[in-house]
Ligand binder design. Structure first.
Ligand SMILES: C[S@@+](CC[C@H](N)C(=O)[O-])C[C@H]1O[C@@H](n2cnc3c(N)ncnc32)[C@H](O)[C@@H]1O
Length: 193
């Protein structure tokens, strides 16, 4: 079997286990940078937000509470199950999709969202095409680990190089870039639509 397929399966199994083992009442905190952006960008009614690789949905839940109409995508059914449970408890409506972001054809979703969020999931192909998911002037927010991150995980393959986002991302006008404590942040606006 192709080693990359085995590796993909291992990653999926690890995430399934991790999401299943998480405490159902874990606190769902956001990074202060992300929190600030969320509070500065209140949605007009029914504006659509997308949480890519949402995990157990801390960003999707926060966005839904702020009034966004939210979709949340991940390849882990366990993560999405936790998210659905939390959303139901808080009477929030979030559309969940089981999507493998390494191989899904996302073209059916081009130009659908006002706000796309991608946190702690580094997939450079997705970073290069994320702008296509946005409506004109839509916002893209990325947060990820970089090589200054002091802990062992995620491994080097899932970390940005220092300054990697400085040249910007395709199709996005850079609004803000920040690197702090081993994390990199990027906020951009669709510029090519
Ligand atoms: C570190 S977690 C981040 C979760 C969430 N964004 C957050 O910040 O709380 C990474 C997430 O990426 C998801 N993931 C990893 N590979 C994926 C893939 N190929 N397609 C979709 N989701 C993936 C995992 O299931 C996990 O939920």
């Amino acid at each position: 079997m192709d080693p990359s397929v085995i590796e993909q399966d291992e990653q999926w199994a690890r995430w399934q286990r991790k999401h299943r083992q998480a405490a159902p009442d874990e606190p769902l905190e956001l990074d202060p940078f992300v929190e600030e952006v969320f509070h500065q960008r209140k949605p007009a009614s029914s504006n659509r937000a997308l949480d890519l690789a949402c995990g157990r949905g801390r960003h999707a839940l926060a966005l839904a509470k702020l009034g966004w109409s939210v979709e949340a995508w991940d390849f882990s059914s366990e993560g999405l199950a936790r998210l659905k449970q939390r959303a139901a408890e808080q009477d929030l409506e979030i559309k969940c999709r089981l999507v493998d972001l390494r191989q899904a054809d996302l073209s059916a979703f081009w130009a659908q969202f006002h706000f796309v969020v991608q946190v702690n999931y580094l997939n450079r192909d997705l970073l290069a095409s994320a702008h296509k998911l946005l409506l004109p002037e839509g916002l893209f927010l990325f947060q990820g680990f970089n090589e200054d991150w002091p802990e062992e995980r995620p491994g080097p393959r899932f970390r940005l190089r220092a300054g990697e986002l400085e040249s910007g991302l395709p199709g996005l006008r850079t609004l803000k870039i920040l690197e702090r404590d081993g994390r990199s942040f990027f906020l951009g606006q669709r510029s090519d639509a």
